[in-house]
Design a protein around this ligand. Structure first.
Ligand code: SF4
Length: 131
């Protein structure tokens, strides 16, 4: 679980704590949503969650321009997740389809095929012996 900066307002959009190099880019994109700490260890954070479609657009833009990739989306709105790069989303894996498993390539699949072949050979042997 990622550590949120302590000044983030509670909500889906947040800034991960640490690693800020004070680029200021997210604040320029969404000044009404982004706050800025003062003093040593300057850091951006979400001071407010987006409340309108336009603000969601700006929040997404803020994530896109973050040079350190510290701005993230931890919500589960599929429409927002679809617009973001997967590495910026905490729950992107929920939307992903699990990789298909080829049963023939699994150990249990190979054993089942071997058992089936053995049964076929035994049945053929019984048929031949009964003649
Ligand atoms: S995006 Fe990263 S480097 Fe830029 S201000 Fe925010 S935390 Fe700092």
């Amino acid at each position: 679980m990622r550590k949120r900066h302590q000044l983030n307002v509670v909500g889906a959009f947040y800034v991960e704590d640490g690693g800020c190099i004070a680029c200021g880019a997210p604040e320029a994109e969404a000044p009404e949503l982004m706050g800025w700490t003062d003093g040593p260890g300057d850091h951006c954070y979400f001071k407010r969650q987006p409340a309108t479609a336009e603000e969601v657009d700006r929040a997404i833009r803020a994530l896109e321009v973050s040079c350190c990739r510290a701005l993230r989306y931890g919500g589960d709105d599929p429409a927002i997740i679809a617009r973001l790069e997967p590495e910026l989303v905490d729950h992107a894996s929920r939307e992903e389809t699990p990789p298909a498993v080829d049963p023939v390539r699994t150990p249990s699949g190979r054993w089942m095929i071997a058992a089936l072949l053995l049964l076929i050979v035994l049945a053929a042997a019984l048929v031949l012996e009964s003649r």
